[in-house]
Design a protein around this ligand. Structure first.
Ligand SMILES: Cc1ncc(C[n+]2csc(CCOP(=O)(O)OP(=O)(O)O)c2C)c(N)n1
Ligand SMILES: [Mg+2]
Length: 323
């Protein structure tokens, strides 16, 4: 298989792994098998997948409260993520972090984050460290549309522009911040236009088109590695589930069933599968095989999590950092 086709199939698999992992979480949460809050990424898989496909293993990402997709796309193992959500010691943070705090420095994952906008200064710091160490790494910094009205967004973009830091700022514009539609909170429709305020590159793509996201992220990564500074990449997308798992009762107070169904019809994974079939790059059996393998991977991850021990009470304060 040529490398381009291999990459496409890999991207399909990554999107499906994110989708199936989270569909399983819906079920587990409804049965109260896992503690803590869950913000699901279902419907937005093409954004993390396209961006991370343009990164190298030693590049960094910063993530958000809706971070499972970023983690999987950057190389996170589903079994260790599942164990983390089950609160077991085999999880990425020894079961003490949970959904909103998964981090792994070996994979360049500088952390999911429960504080909206808090990944942006971290990405700036990582970008500055890359510059000072003189490597050609880049940082992909993911955040939502709501986060772009935080002071941290403006402060970070200003400094990254001034110091030409190798950071790709990715706004995952799913059009809502909890129940607040973007047009009720943000003075402009297209967030990427804020590039002009900082004199940096920026563009907007269909965040549900994985190839469009990939190509835009590749351009941004190339510029960053060449010392040309940051890019603001806006990906228009949509979350299918509530803001958090369990929101169901409130969903239809701020968006309609028709709106949600309309976006589901444009499912990023189905769209990509159909495109690959049309290109005659693959046959349906290729997708069937991947579906089966992903299903098995998720089942094994649950077994791994359930078979893993909980942390000991006397270890409660180990592995914690305070500044
Ligand atoms: C500093 C801060 N303010 C408020 C919150 C509560 N909060 C959690 S998620 C969220 C909305 C974030 O919206 P957006 O950035 O668009 O991300 P999305 O949830 O849509 O992915 C808010 C206000 C928080 N966690 N941190
Ligand atoms: Mg949002």
């Amino acid at each position: 298989m040529n490398p381009q086709s291999e990459l496409k199939l890999q991207m399909y698999r990554t999107m499906l792994r994110i989708r199936r992992f989270e569909e399983k979480l819906v079920e587990l949460k409804a049965r109260a098998s896992i503690p803590g809050l869950l913000h699901l990424y279902i419907g937005e898989e093409a954004t993390a997948t396209g961006v991370c496909a343009a990164l190298l293993p030693n590049d960094f990402i910063t993530s958000t409260h809706r971070g499972h997709g970023h983690c999987i796309a950057k190389g996170g193992e589903i079994s260790r993520m599942m164990a983390e959500l089950f609160g077991r010691i085999t999880g990425y943070c020894k079961g003490k972090g949970g959904s909103m705090h998964i981090a792994n420095l070996e994979l360049g994952i500088l952390g999911a984050n429960g504080i909206v906008g808090a990944g942006m200064p971290i990405a700036g710091g990582a970008g500055l460290s890359i510059k000072m160490r003189g490597t050609d790494q880049v940082v992909a910094c993911f955040f939502g549309d709501g986060a772009t009205n935080q002071g941290a967004f403006h402060e970070s973009l200003n400094m990254a522009a001034l110091w030409k830091l190798p950071v790709i700022y990715i706004c995952e514009n799913n059009q809502y911040a909890i129940s607040v539609a973007q047009n009720r909170s943000t003075s402009i429709k297209d967030v990427y236009m804020r590039k002009d305020a900082y004199g940096i590159h920026g563009c907007m793509v269909d965040g549900n088109d994985v190839m469009a996201v990939y190509e835009a992220a590749q351009d941004a990564a190339r510029r960053a590695r060449n010392g040309e500074g940051p890019t603001l990449l806006e990906c228009k997308t949509y979350r299918w589930r509530g803001h958090y798992e369990g929101e169901a009762d409130r969903t239809y107070t701020y968006r309609t069933a028709e709106e949600i169904e309309g976006w589901k019809k444009g499912c990023p994974i189905e769209r990509f599968r159909k495109k690959l079939l049309e290109e005659k790059a693959f046959v349906q059996e290729d997708f069937d095989r991947i579906n089966l393998e992903v299903k098995q991977e998720i089942e094994e991850a649950i077994r791994f999590a359930e078979d893993s021990p909980f942390p000991e009470p006397e270890d409660a304060l180990k592995g914690l950092y305070a500044a």
